[in-house]
Design a protein around this ligand. Structure first.
Ligand code: GDP
Ligand code: MG
Length: 598
């Protein structure tokens, strides 16, 4: 395709403003799928995505559109993930485009969650086309929303396209706007090949599939290509695009987006942001912006039933085929037996993997407290260790110093919720760097220890701001801190899955919160159960679960032995699986719930 007939764009929106619905309409309108093939929300094809309404992996579709000028254009539509855990993927997808559609709900108006993406889009020099969606709603007020876009984002919204993705209004106008307002890509077809690796995933039939944007030169079937960051070479055996069905091609020229396969076995060899070039005629420099993504949050995953260990190993290995950003290695725990220590990009990433293991592979799991990576300097020239697991914390007398990772967080929030958000940041040991106001919204930047963010910061931020606050962060390196290991004891027995590393200054609050929640989560037994939080031998918080009254136990546990046996068997098979600690049964859900701070 000649360059001037190509348009590459992404869609950015606050969640639920209609991004996926609009994408589906655009595919439908350009004949990518017949009405019958048009299942709801084609782009979000993983079950979890559908349920959570988030897009985990970026997806790209090529559309052919005959414009009003009589010419046929090739439009590449890229869907982007919207969560901070996947910020780097978003950034690469945006770097592959020249423009973006900014979808705003006509009844809700501009919401803070879109801002981080809009600013990223502006950073990539995108032409941004505002699309005001859901104009069919009685509460729609397009004029008001236009004014908001101008005031809050500073974009000219006079030419905003008005749509109802649901009823199909304005879809033709969106396509026309893409052609007339988003610039065509640039790139020299005669230059040495430079293609950006935008995404990669494992397909059971095709092997590792690599999504690329060609910046210069031509990528051909049968070509030997070099991955400049990885330093590996591969033979391209397939070139194509998604319409959204697969279409095979012979090559991809400059400005084009498509996929290749090259008999690559492992997604870890195809890292997002890498540059592909021709082995025979290589480019001198790789494209800028490559970043090695490292897991930042670690936790243990253990099967509830020890017999499921092998199944867990297989399932984790399969998931890892498709996601090189998570890591795992075997781990053993006195209380939990054999399991895996896994590393993730963030908490949402952790939850997604955990949920997929539970749902797609039918595994019951215990997740231990998430932890960041600590750097520990040992005494007497003992050297330096990286701590991924609080259980491996050396004896305090052997520790010279502990450092923890810090982040610089940028938070956008409507003024009315600012007070509670600032308090949240203070409570999490945040150091305010800046505070500015734009049109009824505040932008606060804070330095925060990542440790204070991984548990539930994002959830708290959302609930305190009724969903309006948005949050983005970058890591800014390690700093020494007064950090200690806090253990949890149930009926005098340590539960290592719940031990965590905390700052001494917040240990008591954390410890008290934890024992109070456990008191709610652990069912009563026939005896009294003390629950304690302790640092070393010193108890810093304590609660007691009182014993069950006789008449209640009679009701619960009465009846003959066979009935009881049946009940126990049923419990074993069902969801209500328990773990025993010091003869106390702790329901599986309690582990995860206990780790969420109140
Ligand atoms: P996303 O989170 O931005 O991808 O949003 P979705 O495309 O999943 O849409 C969120 C909800 O809004 C769904 O229930 C859609 O059916 C609905 N929706 C999308 N577009 C429109 C529209 O134009 N009008 C109305 N009334 N509802 C819409
Ligand atoms: Mg969506």
């Amino acid at each position: 395709t000649p360059l001037d007939k190509i348009r590459n764009f992404s869609i950015i929106a606050h969640i639920d403003h209609g991004k996926s619905t609009l994408a589906d309409r655009l595919i439908q309108a350009t004949g990518g799928l017949t009405d019958r093939e048009m299942s709801e929300q084609v782009l979000d094809n993983m079950d979890i995505e559908k349920e959570r309404g988030i897009t985990i992996k970026a997806q790209t579709v090529r559309l052919s559109y005959k414009a009003q000028d009589g010419e046929t254009y090739t439009l590449n539509l890229m869907d982007t993930p919207g969560h901070v855990d996947f910020a780097y993927e978003v950034s690469r997808s945006l770097a592959a485009c020249e423009g973006a559609l900014l979808v705003v709900d006509a009844a809700q108006g501009v919401e803070a969650q879109t801002l981080a993406n809009v600013y990223q889009s502006i950073e990539h020099d995108h032409e941004i086309v505002p699309v005001i969606n859901k104009i069919d709603l009685p509460a729609a007020d397009a004029e008001k929303v236009k004014a908001e876009i101008e005031e809050v984002i500073g974009l000219d919204a006079s030419q905003a396209v008005l749509t109802s993705a649901k009823s199909g209004i304005g879809i033709a106008d969106v396509l026309e706007a893409v052609v007339t307002r988003i610039p065509a890509p640039k790139g020299d077809a005669t230059a040495p090949l430079k293609a950006m690796l935008v995404d990669s995933w494992y397909d059971p039939y095709l092997g590792v599939v690599i999504l690329v944007r060609v910046m210069a030169g031509v990528l051909r079937k049968g070509q030997n290509v070099k991955f400049m960051q990885a330093g590996t070479e591969h033979l391209v055996d397939r070139v194509g695009c998604f319409r959204p069905k697969i279409e095979q091609l012979t090559d991809l020229g400059p400005g084009e987006i498509g996929f290749i396969t090259a008999q690559i076995k492992d997604v870890a060899q195809a890292r997002v942001g890498d540059t592909l070039t021709d082995v025979k005629r290589p480019a001198l420099e790789a494209l800028p912006g490559f970043k090695e993504v490292q897991p930042v949050v670690f936790c243990g995953l253990f099967p509830v039933d020890a017999n499921d260990f092998e199944k867990l190993r297989e399932s984790i290995s399969k998931l890892r085929l498709n996601d090189a950003s998570f890591s795992f290695e075997m781990e053993t725990s006195a209380a939990l037996g054999f399991g895996f220590r896994c590393g993730f990009l963030g908490l949402l990433h952790l939850e997604i993997i955990q949920e997929r293991l539970t749902r797609e592979y039918d595994l019951d799991l215990i997740t231990t407290a998430p932890s960041v990576v600590y750097e520990i300097e040992l005494t007497h020239g003992g050297g330096h260790i990286e701590l991924h697991n609080p259980a491996d914390m050396p004896d305090p007398t052997k520790i010279a110093s502990i450092s923890e990772p810090w982040i610089l967080a940028t938070i956008y929030v409507p003024d009315e919720y600012l007070g509670s958000i600032l308090k949240l940041c203070q409570d999490r040991r945040g150091i305010q760097q800046n505070l500015t106001y734009v049109g009824g919204r505040a932008q606060a930047t804070y330095e925060l220890p990542l440790n204070e963010v991984v548990f539930d910061f994002y959830d708290r931020l959302k609930s305190l701001s009724k969903g309006y606050a948005s949050f983005d962060y970058t890591q800014i390196g390690y700093r020494e801190g007064d950090l200690v290991k806090m253990g949890i004891l149930v009926n005098e027995e340590p539960v290592d899955a719940l031990s965590m590393i905390v700052h001494r200054g917040t240990a008591e609050v954390r410890g008290r919160g934890m024992v109070e929640r456990l008191k709610e989560l652990i069912p009563r037994h026939l005896f009294k159960i003390p629950i304690q939080a302790a640092i070393g031998g010193k108890v810093i918080a304590r609660e007691t679960i009182s014993a069950m009254r006789k008449d209640v136990t009679a009701k619960c546990y009465g009846g003959d032995a066979t009935r009881k046996r049946k009940l126990l068997d049923k419990q074993k098979k069902g969801k209500a699986k328990m773990r025993e600690y010091g003869s106390v049964s702790i329901p599986q859900e309690a582990f995860i719930a206990a780790l969420r701070m109140g």
